[in-house]
Design a protein around this ligand. Structure first.
Ligand code: URA
Length: 451
């Protein structure tokens, strides 16, 4: 035991008692407690009592920073300085959504502008799609390369999107597991430390966070989304990683498709420069601007936009994506022959609304759950995913639908599955008379401030 460790005198139950009684916790004590979680010296019961005490009494900014850095340091923290990379290490994280393929376009796009992006992504969670599940639609793509290989790909390509390995922030794995079964997930301090503990373990110079708001958002209300965005930007910045959080609309699917292979098809089109002003590209561009500025690759928004435009229209961003796929085991001609490689559903058919009219509202969460039920996500965490299923050609709020214009195309394994999904989709769309307009896409920007 190190000399430092012997200075921590609080027993776990004493630390829990302090938080239970709404006292503040010293950073060193939080650090020792989290290390105890990673080392299995703290029991699940103690974690549960601690998370409930935090849930009920909250935490100060200093406490959340201490919980975040302790979570980050509970496992391996990546270092990049020995590679002498000629650009900043930057990344983005999102609270997740439906049709949210932002990471797939953003990573290669900013890498094509000179950034290095070691992106650790997740699988689908609840109604939200997972970047890893989408990438695994590509035959051969290996989302779990050895750590040295990951570093090599980031160095040679500028971006590698992979899955989380067990040695990254292991304390969070235990804490999150206990929160899940003790009704303590919905706590801003705990969510902040959980997300950032993992994200900051990849050794970033800057981070951009996309916090969603609306019917498909992880947070239940706009106020809570806003609170989380502020908390993440400030805590990460105070922990030493300059961070900006954008509040973006998820009151309808972001891209006009939701699923796995179907979102890869859309990603390729966007990287080729099709639909540069679509909603998903607008959000991606805003995040990219923040990343280039935070990473000091651009001095202003105008400069960042010019670089991004060039990287897209020259084909450089698409080329980076193709190289990442190739380096991580996918086909070398994926961009040219993607339709040859991506799985196609047995049944592809239009879904019509029961009445004609204008789309007024979309229950985005229900659209995501319908993709899960089609087989595109998981009902159990050990289940496999059907990459071929989902929806495409999803109409937006304010668009007119009738007997000629479907709400979407459903991609399913069978007629019966298509029919069930069609029913669910119809129920998720509110069609009415009169005009309707979508919520503002970029609702707010929070630049982190250290105290
Ligand atoms: N995602 C995380 O990684 N942690 C949370 O607490 C919530 C969402």
């Amino acid at each position: 035991m190190s000399a430092n460790a012997t200075q921590h005198t609080l027993l776990p139950q004493e630390l829990i008692r302090l938080k239970r009684d709404n006292q503040s916790l010293p950073a060193e004590e939080i650090k020792a407690f989290v290390q105890g979680i990673a080392d299995d010296r703290i029991s699940d019961a103690q974690i549960g009592a601690f998370t409930m005490a935090v849930f009920l009494n909250g935490m100060s900014r200093e406490e959340v920073v201490a919980l975040t850095t302790a979570t980050r340091d509970s496992g391996h923290v990546m270092q990049w300085s020995d590679l002498n990379l000629p650009g900043p290490i930057v990344d983005k994280h999102s609270t997740g959504g439906v049709g949210d393929l932002v990471s797939l376009v953003l990573g290669p796009w900013v890498a094509a502008c000179g950034a290095f992006v070691p992106m650790i992504s997740g699988r689908g969670l609840g109604h939200t799609g997972g970047t890893l599940d989408k990438l695994e639609s590509i035959p051969g793509y290996d989302p779990y390369p050895a750590p040295e290989r990951f570093r090599e790909v980031v160095k040679s390509t500028g971006v590698a999107i992979i899955g989380q390995t067990g040695d990254l922030a292991p304390a969070d794995k235990r804490i999150y597991g206990v929160r899940d079964v003790t009704a303590t997930v919905e706590s801003i301090p705990l969510i902040t430390a959980s997300i950032l503990g993992k994200k900051l373990a990849s050794g970033l110079d800057a981070l951009v966070m996309d916090v969603k708001v609306g019917s498909g958002a992880f947070m239940p209300t706009p106020e809570k989304s806003r609170e989380l965005a502020k908390s993440i930007a400030n805590v990460a910045t105070q922990a030493g990683t300059p961070t900006t959080a954008l509040l973006t609309d998820m009151s309808q699917p972001l891209a006009p498709c939701a699923g796995n292979a179907v979102e890869i098809v859309e990603t390729l089109a966007l990287l080729r420069g099709d639909r540069p002003n679509s909603r998903v590209m607008q959000v991606t561009r805003e995040l990219a601007v923040e990343m280039l500025i935070a990473g000091k690759l651009a001095g202003s928004r105008e400069e960042a936009l010019t670089q991004l435009e060039k990287a897209l229209t020259s084909g450089a961003a698409a080329e980076v994506f193709a190289r990442m796929v190739r380096e991580l085991g996918g086909p070398s001609d994926f961009m040219e022959r993607s339709e040859h490689y991506l799985a196609k559903a047995e049944v592809i058919k239009p879904v019509y609304a029961e009445q004609s009219g204008v789309v007024q509202r979309i229950d985005t969460r229900a659209v995501g759950m319908s993709v899960v039920e089609l087989g595109g996500g998981r009902l159990r965490n050990d289940a496999s995913v059907d990459h071929s299923v989902g929806f495409t050609d999803i109409v937006e709020i304010g668009e007119h639908v009738d007997s000629q214009r479907p709400i979407a195309m459903v991609h399913a394994r069978s007629e019966a599955a298509a029919e069930r999904a069609a029913e669910q989709l119809r129920a998720a769309f509110t069609i009415g008379e009169g005009t309707a307009s979508a919520d503002t896409l970029l609702q707010d920007t929070f630049r982190g401030e250290a105290l």
